[in-house]
Design a protein around this ligand. Structure first.
Ligand SMILES: Nc1nc2c(ncn2[C@@H]2O[C@H](COP(=O)(O)OP(=O)(O)OP(=O)(O)O)[C@@H](O)[C@H]2O)c(=O)[nH]1
Ligand SMILES: [Mg+2]
Ligand SMILES: [Zn+2]
Length: 323
C-alpha cells in the first residue's frame, strides 16, 4: 500500500526564511524550498494566513527540490505589527516564539517613547519579553537608563555589551532551547549579538559612524538560525516606525479603569461632560501622549474588526461556492 502513495504524503517542517513567494523549510535536518498550493491560495486571503518565519507547515514534495505547502499549523504565539502605510494589515514578524528581546542601545538611540512603542507589540502575548540595553560599553551612567526603563516596564532588563562574554553567556543561557527573536531600531546591535551567540559572522553587520546613532539597515532578510545548544534565534531588520500597532484593549488598563468613572457608559473620552479620562489629562494625572496612543489603537481596532468581518464574509462565500 505504501509504495507510490508515500511520495505524496505530507511532511512537517518549519519555515526558516521567507522570500518573495517562496519559503525555505527546515525538516529532517535538511532544507527545501517550498511554495503554497493553489488550494491554499484559494482559501487563505489574508497575508497573515500565509507562512511566516517560525511557522510549522505540512507540505508535500513535488520533487526533490520543491515542496508544496498545504497547511500551516496553529501558532502558539505571534509577534506582529501593523504595516506603516497599509492601515489594518496585520504584519507578522515571527511565529511560534518563546522570547522577544527588545533591543535599545545606550547611546542616542535610547528613547522612552520608542520603547513604549516596542512594548506595545508585546502586551497580552504568549511569549516572554526581555529588554536588552545594548552597547553598555558606550555608556557612563547605565544605572540611570535602567531606572528610566523600570519606570516604563516590569519586564526584565539586561544591560549588555558584545565585548563582555558574561553578558553573551547570560543571553545564551536564557534562550536555552527556546526560540528567541530580536527586535529594535537599526544599528542597535541585534545582528552583532546573534553573531556572537552562534560564534560566526553569519549575519552581516555594518560599521555605523559614531555621529550617526540612527545606524543603517544592515539586515535585510529575516532568518531563523540554530544555536549549538538547541536554541533558535531570529534576526530582524531594524524597525524604524512603530507608530501604529495592533493592541488589545486590556493593554490600556489605566485608561479603562479611569473610564469606569465617566458619567456615560459609552463615553468616548472626546468631549462628553463628566469624563474622568479628560479630567485626568487636564490635571496631568494621565499623559496625553498615552491617551493618543489609546485613541489611535482603538481606531485601528475598530477598523480591523470591520475588515476582518468583511474578509470572513468573503471567505465564507467562496467556501460555499466550492462545495
Ligand atoms: N560599542 C559597541 N558597538 C556595538 C555593540 N554591538 C554592536 N555594535 C556595533 O553597532 C553597529 C551596528 O550593529 P548591527 O549588529 O549591525 O545592528 P543591527 O541592530 O543588526 O542593525 P540592522 O540590521 O540595521 O537592524 C556595528 O558597527 C557593531 O559593531 C556593542 O556592544 N558595543
Ligand atoms: Mg542586523
Ligand atoms: Zn470619558
Amino acid at each position: 500500500m505504501k509504495s507510490k502513495q508515500s511520495n505524496n504524503s505530507l511532511e512537517k517542517g518549519q519555515v526558516v526564511a521567507v522570500y518573495k513567494d517562496r519559503y525555505l523549510v527546515d525538516y529532517n535536518n535538511t532544507r527545501i524550498l517550498t511554495e503554497v498550493s493553489g488550494r491554499f491560495k484559494y482559501t487563505n486571503l489574508q497575508k497573515s494566513d500565509y507562512p511566516h518565519i517560525g511557522d510549522f507547515v505540512s507540505f508535500r514534495k513535488a520533487d526533490e527540490y520543491l515542496g508544496i505547502i498545504e497547511s500551516i499549523h496553529d501558532r502558539t504565539s505571534v509577534l506582529e505589527r501593523l504595516d506603516a502605510g497599509t492601515i489594518g494589515e496585520r504584519h507578522i514578524l515571527a511565529a511560534n516564539i518563546d522570547i522577544v528581546f527588545i533591543c535599545m542601545s545606550l547611546n542616542e538611540d535610547y528613547n522612552t517613547k520608542k520603547l513604549r512603542n516596542f512594548l506595545s507589540l508585546t502586551y497580552d502575548k504568549n511569549f516572554r519579553t526581555i529588554i536588552l540595553l545594548t552597547k553598555k560599553d558606550l555608556c557612563d551612567d547605565i544605572q540611570y537608563y535602567i531606572d528610566e526603563t523600570k519606570e516604563i516596564t516590569d519586564y526584565e532588563i539586561y544591560p549588555v555589551t558584545v565585548y563582555e562574554e558574561t553578558d553573551m553567556d547570560k543571553i545564551e543561557s536564557v534562550i536555552g532551547e527556546s526560540v528567541a527573536v530580536f527586535i529594535g531600531s537599526s544599528g542597535v546591535g541585534k545582528s552583532t549579538i546573534i553573531n556572537s551567540l552562534i560564534g560566526e559572522e553569519h549575519f552581516k553587520t555594518l560599521q555605523i559612524r559614531l555621529s550617526d546613532a540612527q545606524g543603517r539597515h544592515a539586515t535585510v532578510n529575516r532568518e531563523l538560525v540554530n544555536l549549538k545548544n538547541g536554541g533558535k534565534v531570529i534576526d530582524t531588520p531594524g524597525i524604524r516606525i512603530v507608530s501604529s500597532y495592533f493592541v488589545s484593549e486590556s493593554s490600556f488598563e489605566d485608561i479603562l479603569s479611569l473610564g469606569e468613572g465617566c458619567r456615560y457608559l459609552d463615553c468616548t473620552h472626546d468631549s462628553e461632560p463628566g469624563c474622568m479620562v479628560k479630567l485626568a489629562i487636564d490635571t496631568g494625572l494621565l499623559d496625553s501622549e498615552r491617551f493618543d496612543q489609546y485613541a489611535n489603537a482603538m481606531r485601528l481596532n475598530n477598523y480591523n474588526r470591520r475588515r476582518e468581518l468583511q474578509r470572513t464574509r468573503m471567505l465564507n462565500k467562496r467556501l460555499k461556492k466550492g462545495r
